[in-house]
Design a protein around this ligand. Structure first.
Ligand code: GDP
Ligand code: IMO
Ligand code: MG
Length: 426
């Protein structure tokens, strides 16, 4: 947690996304001055549950429900202005005062209607099972240096030229897929025109603002989206998202030095889930999968798709501890395991007769994996009301102790329900 020395904390997903980052960020934001998103975009769905009401945030940082906290969207995010304002308007309808507290980096790239069209029409996106939010095509344009940034909205001639270039490229790709659909320059410019003034009013040099905030001693949370195994470099490529979800992305995606980051907390479920295609070594069979999906309400917060479920994979999380330099873990959804008689914990993989404990980079290896499990007796009692580690059943503590030892990181927080107060360690 924040203290005199620890002022900048990164929160990352340490599995395949949906670990409960939104809940942890909301809880930690109680003591923060700023919450900043650094990558991803509207593919994220971060749930914050207060009282009986749950809010799913896609682009707005998960600190927004704390009135005194400022929220920023960093340059590393690909920003969809249309859905951003739908989200903001919903928050305002729910009584959240957003005015003057939300900032958008002037350098953030904009997700255009043509990015969403390409994402929805592409067979490659379908094979990966993307969220269809235009994330990959927008990052492609960014890397190819034909993207449109927030600051371009101030320059109509430049904006038109960039939109023409982007549209031409998108239409070329659509034709290549054999799609009949085409993007229109005028449609895109009209859509931007309608939102431009509102977006420019939020535009800020976010890197500079966070630099000043940290210099003056403010407490800043860097909110990751997706999970480490979806990182474009370190994840299960090509079944990944198109950004650096891991802690390094926090520095580049906000515009602060890596040396400014004091701590990194990894969020993990007490089991494992994944949405979309790609390897999931510890995936349950159909019957168990359905059981845990129901117990954990495992349906995507953005697309509503059923999440694939499996046992906790210590190989994966140990890898995430290393790649992110995690200082601690937050284990969520422990309560979902409350009624299970036996609980598996994957300690290593057998690949072609060899025992492997480092996560492999080659998908071909992952396809031949036989996971090795240690089995734990279930605690068969509710953990939902536990507020200290001592209040947890001994069998649940034994399970968590073994996770700590295997992944080589201390567990600092344990979440035992959706609500803000259902957390141990704060
Ligand atoms: P994120 O993308 O990492 O923010 O996670 P999501 O919001 O997509 O998915 C996590 C889901 O688990 C949400 O529905 C949360 O309300 C819920 N959740 C978070 N922590 C807990 C917990 O400790 N127990 C239970 N039962 N649900 C939780
Ligand atoms: P949060 O922040 C879980 C997955 C998609 C797909 C792959 C690529 O809520 O944890 P994309 O649309 O990003 O090009 O899709 O990544 N994916 C997520 N899975 N949680 C997320 O976000 C995700 N964002 C993207 O399902 O497999
Ligand atoms: Mg999510």
């Amino acid at each position: 947690m924040f203290n005199a020395k620890t002022r900048a904390i990164v929160v990352v997903g340490a599995q395949w996304g949906d670990e409960g980052k939104g809940k942890l960020v909301d809880v930690m934001a109680e003591r923060a001055d700023w919450v900043v998103r650094y990558q991803g975009g509207a593919n994220a769905g971060h749930t914050v549950h207060i009282g009986d009401h749950s809010t799913v945030l896609h682009q707005v940082p998960s600190g927004i429900l704390h009135p005194g906290v400022r929220c920023a969207i960093g340059n590393g995010v690909v920003l969809d202005p249309e859905t951003l304002f739908v989200e903001v308007d919903e928050l305002v309808r729910d009584g959240v005062d957003v005015a003057g507290r939300l900032y958008v980096s002037d350098r953030a790239h904009l997700v255009m209607p043509y990015h969403k069209l390409v994402d929805k029409e592409s067979s490659a996106s379908k094979a990966i099972g993307t969220t269809g939010r235009g994330i990959g095509p927008c990052y492609e344009d960014k890397i190819a240096r034909r993207g449109v940034r927030v600051l371009d909205l101030k320059h109509p001639v430049r904006l038109r030229a960039l939109v023409e270039k982007g549209t031409e490229h998108a239409n070329h790709i659509l034709a290549g897929f054999g799609s009949e659909k085409r993007a229109s320059v005028e449609h895109t410019l009209d859509a931007l025109q309608a939102l431009s003034a509102r977006l420019l009013a939020l535009s800020e040099d976010v890197g500079l603002a966070i630099h000043h905030a940290l210099k003056s001693g403010a407490a800043v949370l860097f909110e990751g989206a997706q999970g480490s195994l979806l990182d474009v470099d370190h994840g299960t490529y090509p079944f990944v998202t198109s950004s650096n979800t891991t802690a390094g992305g926090a520095a580049t995606g906000v515009g602060v030095s890596p040396r400014a980051l004091d701590e990194c907390i990894g969020v993990v479920k007490a089991y494992t889930t994944r949405v979309g295609s790609g390897p999931l070594p510890t995936e349950y069979d159909e019957v168990m999968g359905e059981k845990v999906r129901t117990l954990g309400n495992e349906y995507g917060a953005t697309t509503g798709r059923p999440r694939r479920c499996g046992w906790f994979d210590a190989v994966v999380v140990r890898y995430a501890v290393r790649v992110n330099g995690l200082s601690a873990l937050a284990v969520t959804k422990l309560d979902v395991l409350d009624t299970l008689e036996k609980i598996g914990l994957c300690t290593g993989y057998e690949i072609d007769g060899q025992l492997v404990t480092e996560f492999p980079g080659d998908l071909a290896d992952l396809e031949h994996i036989t996971p090795h499990y240690e089995w734990f007796d279930g605690w068969l009692t509710s953990t939902a009301d536990a507020r200290t580690l001592d209040a947890l059943p001994a069998k649940a503590r034994a399970y968590l102790d073994r996770i700590e030892a295997l992944v080589e990181s201390p567990i600092r927080y344990v979440s035992v329900g959706t609500r803000r107060d259902q957390i141990i360690g704060l």
